[in-house]
Design a protein around this ligand. Structure first.
Ligand code: ZN
Ligand code: ZN
Ligand code: ZN
Length: 378
């Protein structure tokens, strides 16, 4: 059995809070399928799709878990068993939707479903209940967006683990190796430094660094390359790391170093802007304004950041147009980047947690253009 990531009272508190939010939202019940929401609420991991597993949580406080019998033992080992929740199991050939119907309040009019519940189940559930299903996202987002002390401690550990990997990157990245070879070594390091899984490894050298969605290729790294390394993994608790640094192999063009110094200032400006009450878009603007003032505004192709926790990308999104005021306990990335198609790119990314009067930076590896690899002639 996999131990629960947190003591059982943490899950009891999360479930209580969800019930309060359900009642406040006017929904009669929510149906939550496998994925980050179920992992958050009950510690239930895994993502069985075709056989229905779901939590039904009602505004009146009733809770039921519908689960295929073959998953029953595994689910009982989570907060489901520890909290003594009602479990209804079913076997192949039976209709699991009748169990959902039995769990929701009679005459329910408003039912929310988690955004990860597959259409494969949403459509039959809607037919069976005879109601138009709504997204439960507003209820579920609220709980996950503001982290408690136990979650922040996990994110801090994740940040330290990925920083340890970044400290090893200069020794792995050198002229003559391919991006793929370097990425394989980084993936090993991610696990060695305490992650359970490698979530992603981006090694974007030279012109590949100008594509924010590039992952890896067989391109051979050359002397003078600027290399974007964006990496992350999940700890055994399920909480994620995500950090980007930009490395210099040999001596890149002075103009690259100059622009990356501007990017470093932009990233710092956004970090400095974070505190409760400031909006997500104001933090985005803090980074964007520095780049725009230096003529680099059009090279910044994406939002400044995303929330992180039990999933790598979640609310709050630090983006233009998001007027959401930040609150203490929110955790998100600050990752402005600049991209010059056909030439090179750079991104600097830290995770921060909003504190009472500012923020705590969870990644502290050096920020600017970081030397890597053999120097010419060595
Ligand atoms: Zn993207
Ligand atoms: Zn990243
Ligand atoms: Zn990120």
């Amino acid at each position: 059995m996999t131990p629960l990531a947190f003591p059982v009272d943490v899950y009891a508190a999360r479930l209580d809070r969800a019930r309060t939010l359900i009642a406040a939202s006017g929904l009669d019940a929510i149906i939550v399928g496998p994925g980050p929401d179920l992992a958050y609420l009950l510690g239930v991991e895994g993502d069985t799709i075709e056989r229905l597993t779901a939590l039904v949580a009602c505004a009146d406080g009733e809770t039921a878990v519908v689960v295929p019998r073959m998953e029953l033992a595994k689910v009982r080992d989570t907060a489901v068993g520890a909290l003594g929740l009602v479990v209804s199991d079913w076997v192949d050939g039976e209709d699991p939707y009748r169990l959902i119907e039995a769990a929701v309040p009679a005459n329910a009019e408003r039912i929310g479903v988690s955004d990860g519940l597959p259409a494969l189940h949403v459509v039959p559930i809607g037919d069976r209940l005879g109601v138009r299903l709504e997204l439960a996202t507003p209820v579920l987002r609220e709980g996950r967006m503001v982290k408690d002390a136990a979650e922040i401690a996990e994110l801090r550990r994740a940040g330290a683990a990925i920083d340890a990997v970044h400290r090893r990157v200069p020794g792995l990245l050198r002229a003559g190796r391919t991006e793929r070879e370097v990425a394989a070594d980084i993936a090993d390091a991610i696990v060695e430094e305490g992650h359970r899984t490698v979530e992603f490894v981006i090694v974007g050298s030279g012109a590949n660094g100008a594509d924010p969605h590039h992952e890896v290729s067989d391109r051979v790294i050359r002397d003078g390359d600027v290399v974007v390394v964006d990496i992350g993994g999940a700890l055994p608790s399920g909480y994620n790391s995500d950090s980007t640094r930009t490395y210099a192999v040999g001596t890149p063009a002075p103009e690259a170093a100059r622009r990356i110094a501007v990017l470093e200032r932009a990233q710092q400006a956004a970090v400095d802007a974070v505190r409760p009450g400031v909006t997500a878009e104001q933090v985005d603007a803090a980074a964007r304004d520095v780049l725009t003032a230096e003529g680099l505004g059009t090279a910044f192709l994406h939002r400044t950041g995303h929330g992180i926790g039990i999933s790598t990308h979640e609310e709050p999104y630090i983006a233009p147009g998001n007027g959401l005021p930040l609150r203490e306990g929110m955790a998100f990335s600050i990752e402005p980047g600049i991209y010059f198609p056909g030439e090179w790119g750079s991104r600097i990314e830290d995770i921060v947690v909003v504190t009472a009067d500012g923020c705590e930076r969870l990644n502290v590896a050096p920020h600017g253009l970081t030397p890597a690899g053999d120097t010419p002639g060595s």
